[in-house]
Design a protein around this ligand. Structure first.
Ligand SMILES: [Zn+2]
Length: 322
């Protein structure tokens, strides 16, 4: 859909009123259909009917497709697009990119986070993304001290989603360590850190913050096997009986090598050996896998998702294609 054709985009002035659009073609569950009438009520599609030529409504010359979900987003990174990438052979890598990312986020206030999120979500909507999975890990103040409201930052994400109209799945990230084997966190990670007890309180506070936007789905996001221990991962998963569970996994070769050194297993294999991975789970990146890991993922009903690494995400955002 183009911006002018998107019911969500058109709804601002029409909110509260019904609007009927008739598209030349639309992609429906049954496939492509002609003369599709889409009725929008209060900003929500209330009816879709094919073969509706001549039944009234605003004719739209073009096609309609369902809104796309943006499965994996750290929306604050929209504000650092272009700061960390270098053209051509150089010494930059995921890890140098991460250093810049840590320096950038160390300066962000709650107002900054909300403004960047609103900007990024508006861009997504303009390009046909109607929902977003926000893998949210800046929880605390710049020195690592929690805000008076543990969900201060989460509430800013909710506010940005509410203000723009994008559908939100909010995934507070559980981040407790700096590397495999409970390695200490570095200063750049202090805004992320929680033990399981405080993290679970943060999730509850996030649910309360999201009450203002009832369509919000709340899950959790153990950040990665680098950022948890087997015990803390099991604790937060067990304490969260519903909602999606997203985790970064096997994104980088070094991450795979470090996991092998720590456990003797590759990250995806380790996860399947130790956690009840099912359809609630979404394995973010899962880039470096063996054939056996791929087969286990396919058999589990758990979701592996091919998401570009974060530098790829940042580059794409620089091109304004989130
Ligand atoms: Zn990510």
């Amino acid at each position: 859909m183009t911006r002018s054709q998107t019911p969500a985009a058109a709804s601002a002035k029409d909110f509260g009123a019904a609007r009927t659009l008739v598209f030349d073609h639309a992609f429906l569950p049954c496939g492509w259909a002609r003369d599709v009438r889409v009725t929008v009520q209060d900003g929500v599609i209330s009816d879709v009917a094919p073969d509706a030529a001549g039944t009234g409504g605003e004719r739209v010359k073009g096609i309609a497709i369902p809104g796309l979900p943006n499965l994996h987003c750290h929306t604050f990174q929209r504000g650092m697009a272009g700061l960390a990438e270098r053209r051509g052979p150089s010494d930059d890598s995921f890890w140098t990119w991460r250093d810049v990312m840590y320096r950038f986020l160390g300066r962000l206030t709650p107002d900054d986070v909300e403004a960047i999120a609103a900007y990024a979500y508006a861009e997504m909507l303009e390009r046909g993304f109607t929902s977003v999975g926000e893998f949210h890990y800046i929880h605390h103040g710049a020195d690592g001290t929690p805000y008076a409201d543990l969900a201060e930052m989460a509430s800013r994400i909710v506010a940005a989603a509410s203000g723009t109209g994008i559908g939100l799945t909010l995934l507070p990230a559980f981040y407790a360590y700096g590397g495999f084997g409970a390695a200490p966190a570095v200063p750049g990670q202090r805004r992320f850190l929680n033990d399981p007890d405080r993290f679970l309180k943060l999730v509850e506070a996030t649910r309360a913050a999201a009450a203002r936007l009832p369509s919000t789905v709340i899950g959790i996001a153990p950040h990665s096997l680098r950022a948890v221990t087997p015990e803390t991962l099991a604790e937060v998963v067990k304490a969260t009986p519903r909602g999606p569970i997203h985790i970064h996994i096997a994104e980088q070769v070094k991450e795979v090598e470090d996991c092998l050194a720590w456990s003797g297993a590759r990250p995806v294999a380790w996860l399947y050996d130790h956690m009840p991975v099912d359809a609630r789970w979404c394995l973010i990146h899962a880039t470096h896998m063996t054939g056996d890991e791929t087969r286990r993922m396919a058999a589990s009903g758990g979701g592996g998702r091919a998401v570009p690494d974060h530098r790829g995400v940042a580059r794409r955002r620089h091109l304004q294609r989130p």
